[in-house]
Design a protein around this ligand. Structure first.
Ligand SMILES: Nc1ncnc2c1ncn2[C@@H]1O[C@H](COP(=O)(O)OP(=O)(O)O)[C@@H](O)[C@H]1O
Ligand SMILES: [Mg+2]
Length: 180
């Protein structure tokens, strides 16, 4: 299985859809590390994920707080999925602080998404899904819409958890809930 998958996300809606697609695969205990400059689309992706996971509350930039917890809502079929813990590692001094946050839902009951986490969150677990978002340089920038434009995303699974996961299917939006 290819361990690195890349694709282009032309619109914010595509970034959101990738987050939704991830919801089918992510489960309690998983860690996702989102790396990218300000405005790259990290929160946008997390919004798509939160909606598709079916968690309580609006996913927003975790500004002024280090982490926000979104408890799971019961699904129509009566089952309950994982909580979403959305972390802004930019505000974290180091990893110990994440442990010390004393979250209501423990990390192994939650999908944990860390924005800007590289170098901080990696020691959390050996298994992690790394997602990089970048705006390709040299593209045309519309001055009246500085945020607009294609994002290039790279997914990389690290550790046993991700060894059997077909990242290309996630990117293609074809992953089904319950797949490994
Ligand atoms: N292809 C795209 N993917 C993601 N966001 C996009 C895209 N095109 C435009 N945007 C806009 O760029 C902004 C990204 O902001 P945000 O997700 O908060 O970034 P970050 O969390 O990385 O700082 C949003 O306003 C979003 O609507
Ligand atoms: Mg953000």
């Amino acid at each position: 299985m290819s361990d690195v998958v890349r694709t282009d996300l032309p619109e914010a809606e595509d970034t959101r859809a990738l987050g939704a697609s991830l919801a089918a695969v992510l489960r309690a205990g998983d860690l996702v590390i989102l790396t990218g400059d300000l405005g790259a689309g990290k929160t946008t992706l997390t919004q798509g994920l939160g909606e598709a996971l079916g968690v309580r509350g609006q996913v927003a930039s975790p500004t002024f707080i280090v982490a926000r917890e979104h408890p799971p809502l019961p699904r129509p079929d009566g089952t309950t999925g994982p909580a979403l813990v959305h972390v802004d590692a930019y505000r974290l001094g180091d990893l110990g602080e994440l442990d010390a946050l004393d979250l209501d839902s423990s990390l192994d009951e939650s999908v944990t998404v860390v924005e800007w986490g590289r170098g901080l969150a990696e020691a959390l677990t050996e298994d992690r899904l790394e997602i990089d978002l970048e705006r390709p340089r040299g593209g045309e920038v519309a001055l009246d819409h500085p945020d607009a434009g294609v994002r290039r995303v790279t997914l990389r699974g690290v550790g046993d958890r991700w060894a059997a996961v077909d990242l290309a299917r996630i990117v293609a939006g074809q992953a089904a809930r319950g797949e490994p």
